[in-house]
Design a protein around this ligand. Sequence first.
Ligand SMILES: [Mn+2]
Length: 286
Amino acid sequence: MKHKIALLADVHGNMSALKAVLNDCKTENVTEYWFLGDLIMPGPGTNELFQLLESVNTTLYVKGNWEDCFLEVLQKDIDLDHETDVYIARLTQFQCENLNEAYIEKIKCLPMHQVENRNALSISISHHLPQKNYGGDLSPDNDQKQFDQLFDQSYDIAIYAHTHHQLLRYSSNDQLIINPGTVGQPFYKWDKFQSDRRAQYAILEIDDAGVADVHFKRVFYDIETELVHASTQQLPYLNLYTEMLQTGKTSTHDHQVLQGVNQQFHYKEDVIQFFSERYWPKVEKS
Ligand SMILES: [Mn+2]
């Protein structure tokens, strides 16, 4: 039997990019869709991102580190003296103001690691490492032994995301490793690649003989439409989202930049007021 699986990851709230990718998948006659985590934040997409994944044959969704960041804010597992934590918390507030309760519950129940079998192949799927969905272990320039960690059991293929870089390589034992890149948030250290703002994904084709094709794709979408949507939704940190989409520069760990925006818009006070009323009292009781 022939399988044509779209590998999608790291949408990061970018509805316009996800729409463009799903349209492209239709022209490729994809049979199923696997989502590898980091659906929401920092972009303006909320319910519509979940609905887009539901509108196609999405058979798998593993939890990214940004889904965990979202849950940590609900659990009050953050330090609001850190500008990055205020940033994540204010973006989480934006999600909570918009997301259906059913989707919040869905995020709480996401698995971190899945194993799928297609024809004779056993395939491991995780946002980063199977037991660790954050960190820099699988950065494309890291040592081979880091990548071998993906195969603590005898899978034939390991698929991961998180680094926002499309990649195909092998383990020391010749097992296949695939990273489909990022739908919504491309970035590079290399300047000439940074100007390519297209959405990235991959299609894994499996037939009776084995892996028939791994097709890395780049899809154009209209960044201006996305920015108008972000502005209409009154997305917090709109200036940082604009810069990120246009240039690839991310400010998630830029203390100074975040401090400026957090102070200007009183985001720390917003967050304390919002979560103290709705979410944190439940945590404190339990
Ligand atoms: Mn990630």
